[in-house]
Design a protein around this ligand. Sequence first.
Ligand code: ADP
Length: 159
Amino acid sequence: MASIIYPGSFDPVTFGHIDIIKRASRNYDLVYVSVLDNNQKTPLFTVEERVKMLQDVTKDFDNVIVESFSGLLIDYAKKKKVHMVLRGLRALTDFEYELHMAQTNSIISGGTLETVFMSTDMEYSYLSSSTVREVARYHGDVSKFVPDSVLKCLNDKFR
Ligand code: ADP
């Protein structure tokens, strides 16, 4: 069975992420959407909130599992017995960082962890969680960037 892990911060999940998840769910038997619990970043939403938002927006995909993990991605992947990692590419600015991460994970996993990239839908190539956070913080309209359930969580945060 072809399974893949889509790891990220998802702080919060946007239409760009959802587009990648939708396309992954069509092309893989099982998709783990895995929220990294990274104690070096101070997120807007807790891991539990991010998992809950993702579960809500992916509830119609029956081959998508949302969970969190901490520590190294290669250790998490080993535990899940999955050898493929999915990342999204928006623009050239993503490329260098993503290539660096993919190569690092390949090396530290002894060549067993593969990273595949999906290019963003053109419609979402400008879209990032950080933009959403900044616009929402100052009560700008982010309804074109995130689904209603996430919009509600952002409104609650910045009320
Ligand atoms: P991270 O902090 O790990 O980069 P993000 O939640 O920002 O976490 O992104 C997770 C993954 O989703 C990354 O591979 C990122 O490039 C991708 N991604 C983010 N926004 C978009 C988008 N608008 N279109 C396609 N991929 C995206």
